[in-house]
Design a protein around this ligand. Structure first.
Ligand SMILES: Nc1ncnc2c1ncn2[C@@H]1O[C@H](COP(=O)(O)OP(=O)(O)OP(=O)(O)O)[C@@H](O)[C@H]1O
Ligand SMILES: [Mg+2]
Length: 256
């Protein structure tokens, strides 16, 4: 048998963008108490790349983002960001390195105004006044609706506006990657398309996005590559363009 014949069939996986990826998650295992949740999750996100993470309910999508954000510490495996190991670091340290995390529950401050919410993301050393003003201007340019409502309490915003505020606050950190957990959950279709546009705009500006979603069409439209997770294991990944042409993986891993 020739070497070529002996080699395993090439899996239908897409290459990442050129060079070392911005984010590399390698075989992480996490536990909640005795429950083994992530059973060796591996994935990569390239610079400015938009990557999707799909899977049924309870398979470990949010836990994967929490592990990258430093909220859940893997018992084993590695997470490298910009070539630096980050697994086990505290969430604020991970954020300072350039990983912003927007959780499913959005976690904006309901009794702070929109502007005050954004300022919490600017409250760090080494950022000049001019830079802070420029970042606020940028957020308002991305989200004109937040500009209109800058003096309003966060808690009075609609669900879609709160999601915009959560993303805008993440942008204040000037991250290299934003981890977005189901940003369009419960939103009206018009808001869903706005969120999709924002994700695209972030990428064009050089910010990578790791997107957990239930909305499959949106994921295929917004992302370059998509991973499928099943019971704490990444089973498959492919280019979104391939998945749009052939729905068999979506059917297999999501049952839709
Ligand atoms: N704090 C916790 N303590 C114990 N078990 C947890 C905790 N958080 C999540 N789990 C369990 O871990 C598993 C993975 O949860 P996770 O939230 O990562 O799933 P998910 O893929 O994001 O699901 P969903 O689609 O419902 O958001 C689930 O079985 C869940 O019940
Ligand atoms: Mg989740």
């Amino acid at each position: 048998m020739s070497v070529a014949e002996a080699a395993p069939a090439a899996p239908s996986v897409a290459p990442t963008v050129e060079g070392e990826p911005l984010l590399r998650v390698a075989g992480i295992h996490t536990y909640y108490g005795k429950s083994h949740i992530l059973d060796g999750v591996s994935l990569t996100v390239g610079r400015a790349e938009i990557v999707g993470l799909l899977g049924r309910n309870g398979v470990g999508k949010s836990t994967t983002l929490k592990a990258i954000a430093g909220i859940v510490h893997p018992r084993s495996g590695a997470i490298a960001f910009d070539g630096q190991p980050v697994a086990g670091l505290a969430p604020h340290t991970v954020a300072r390195l350039g990983i912003a995390y927007v959780p499913e529950e959005r976690r904006i401050f309901p009794y702070l105004t929109v502007l005050e919410n954004l300022r919490t993301g600017l409250d760090r050393r080494g950022v000049s006044k001019a830079r802070k003003a420029a970042l606020l201007d940028k957020a308002y340019a991305y989200f004109p609706r937040l500009a209109e409502r800058r003096a309003q309490f966060g808690g009075t915003l609609s669900g879609g506006e709160q999601q915009m505020l959560a993303i805008a606050r993440a942008m204040m950190l000037e991250p290299k990657v934003i981890l977005l957990d189901e940003p369009t959950e419960g939103l009206m279709p018009s808001m869903v398309s706005q969120i999709a546009q924002i994700v695209g705009a972030l990428s064009r500006e050089g910010v990578a996005v790791l997107l957990v979603e239930q909305n499959v069409p949106l994921t295929l439209e917004a992302c370059r590559r998509v991973y499928f997770i099943e019971k704490g294991v990444v089973r498959h990944h492919a280019l979104a363009a391939e998945l749009s042409l052939d729905h068999s993986a979506i059917h297999q891993y999501l049952g839709v």
